[in-house]
Ligand binder design. Sequence first.
Ligand code: TGC
Ligand code: FAD
Length: 390
Amino acid sequence: TDTFESPDFYNIDDLLTEEHKLIRGTVREFVKKEISPIIEDCCQKAYFPYDLVRKFGDVGAFGPTIPTEYGGGGLDYISYGLIMQEIERGDSGMRSTVSVQSSLVMYPIYAFGNEAQRKKYLPKLASGEWLGSFGLTEPDHGSNPAGMVTNFKDMGDHYLLNGAKMWISNAPRADVAVVWAKNEEGRIHGLIVERGMEGFTTPETHNKWSLRASCTGELVFDNVKVPKENLLPNKSGLGAPLMCLDSARYGIAWGAIGAAMDCYESARKYAAERIQFGKPIASFQLVQKKLAEFLTEITKAQLLALRLGQLKNEGRATTAQISTAKRNNVDMALHIAREARQIHGGMGITGEYPIMRHMANLESVITYEGTHDIHLLILGNEITGIPAFK
Ligand code: TGC
Ligand code: FAD
């Protein structure tokens, strides 16, 4: 079922189970059938293909690691990573939709929610009947979410929520939002806010040059009455959203490999076919240098992601290890996209090839879920014990 060529220079497939390969093949087929034929047009038109939400549910892309009793896949973290890789081979914006639903909406409801919340929300999110979003970032608090001002007051029989979140993936089309806000003591809690609650609006962010097929917006709360049963009871403090980020960043470390593989394959084929000076450009040393470095870097990224997946399966992956893989692999993919664009010459800037789309998408991926430099500082903190971001 391997319908995309996939570099596997170090026979990493030997380290995967038959189930892993089957899942990857299924998602690969799905991407080929449902995403690749439409994605260029969606991006050109800045159109979010909402129809895919139900289809992602059908193929099992939402909540693969959530237990099956709540509608999830009950799979391990390497399966989750492979799903992210294959979806991002199609488009980072589509992977964003899935990352948010799985790691940032279903995961906190599963990990920090009570049984009633799990039963109410998880099956509908798993099937794609409902789409979710995750509100942590605010207009004035991006890298430093601890500074958030969105807040809620205890009004006796409900909470009153005020504030605004910005840059929120899925927001304009989301049915539910997991929102992080401070209580009267300044303690951060997660609240489930539902579309239709009075005073809750989700204006769309227009004119992006990146992730154009993903819908991005704000979450605005103007005296929103949130029922008390919508508070996630089992964890509070900044550590709760940071645990969600650990899960999403892990998936991005795999996803970025998919984007890089797509650029590599396109460049390899183009170099073999494009004739200049009477020869395929693949025969020139400078082009071979680029291709050789692409394969080396993809292979290193694959090994980093796979080992991280093993640690994640054992519950041993640390925040600093996850930051290292997210930072390295996204930077690797962006670098390959830029160099692959050069190999395609002028054709590389057109929608005939996926390169410029991946490149523009990856500019968001290197910024969201913690910027490139924030991840470096997380590692710096791990090494020295000194948090340079404070
Ligand atoms: P710091 O003082 O280090 O920690 C605060 C509290 O949290 C605990 N903690 C963790 N707990 C669990 N898991 C983790 N990974 C944890 N990391 C920290 C920590 O022990 C402490 O607990 P306590 O009990 O002592 O209070 O926090 P800080 O304020 O200094 O911040 C550290 C920093 C800068 C690394 C963090 O704020 C950060 O990672 N900033 C980047 C923000 C970010 O990544 N935002 C992402 C928003 S979501 C998004 O982008 C989605 S895009 C999705 C898509 O479309 O695919
Ligand atoms: P800033 O924090 O203002 O950073 C600007 C620059 O300053 C960066 O280069 C940064 O590295 C640097 N910087 C900041 N602090 C330090 C420091 N201490 N030391 C050194 N350098 C520093 N958020 C959500 O909550 N949910 C979502 O679904 C979501 N989706 C997104 C989708 C898209 C398309 C984008 C672009 C963003 C999304 N985000 C989301 C927000 C994203 O997480 C933030 O953009 C990101 O955390 C950075 O915050 P910022 O944009 O405010 O930049």
